[in-house]
Design a protein around this ligand. Structure first.
Ligand SMILES: *Cc1c(COP(=O)(O)O)cnc(C)c1O
Length: 215
């Protein structure tokens, strides 16, 4: 239920991204009317359609895999992209944000799960990308932190270890590359099944869908 998740997140000062994928506009509108303004979608087309239908003060986050050729459809309005997993994608976001006279916030998505089906950077790839970013003049993207998804498992110890791994990646980047960057502060981890664990392990931003929309 929305109010439970929201209260939990505010108690811990964690940003709640309500994941509204597959939900119709009316269902999103109901949560909006309760005060929620940050919503996350994982598909570009669905996101662009909902942007058209819903109030313009919603901050839309893209949380799913993003292809370079689709950045242009969301660049005019997207607030944050959680799924940056290559330099090419980052450069495309910079280009499209510039065209739209906007600054787009992004997170670097890391592969922390055991499954090989999930997208994301290795620690080494992320380090390279971050130092490249620091050298280039990427005026229209702001790297705000990291994102990751834990393995889909009942093994809480494993989930915890994966969240700890993401926290340690964040801390390393903060100390080595982004130490003067006040915007680099977000750790996007935790979904319906594991957001409380994620918050215990240092999450600053949780992405919760089913737990919000179920009654
Ligand atoms: C669907 C999705 C979520 C939310 O999942 P729930 O289990 O419904 O809370 C979070 N993050 C990503 C990347 C997703 O695709």
């Amino acid at each position: 239920m929305y109010s439970d998740v929201k209260d939990y997140c505010s108690r811990y000062n964690v940003t709640l991204v309500v994941v509204s994928k597959t939900q119709p506009a009316e269902a999103i509108r109901r949560i909006y009317d309760l005060g929620q303004r940050i919503f996350g979608e994982n598909r570009v087309q669905e996101l662009a359609g909902k942007y058209e239908q819903l109030p313009k003060d919603i901050k839309w986050h893209l949380i799913g895999h993003l292809q370079k050729n689709k950045v242009k459809y969301i660049a005019p309005f997207v607030e944050m992209i959680h799924s940056v997993d290559s330099l090419e994608l980052l450069m495309t976001i910079q280009k499209e944000a510039l065209k739209n006279h906007r600054i787009i916030k992004v997170l670097l998505q890391y592969h922390i799960a055991q499954e090989n089906t999930k997208y994301g950077l290795s620690e080494e790839e992320g380090n390279k990308l971050a130092s490249f970013f620091q050298k280039e003049n990427m005026s229209h993207v702001q790297i705000c932190g990291v994102m990751g998804m834990a393995t889909f498992t009942d093994d809480e110890a494993q989930i915890r270890r994966e969240f700890q791994q993401l926290l340690s990646i964040f801390n390393h980047l903060k100390e080595t590359v982004f130490y003067q960057d006040i915007y680099f502060k977000e750790i996007s981890m935790g979904m319906s099944s594991d957001y409380k664990t994620a918050i215990e392990e240092g999450s600053t931003m949780v992405r919760v869908g089913s737990a919000v929309f179920s009654s």
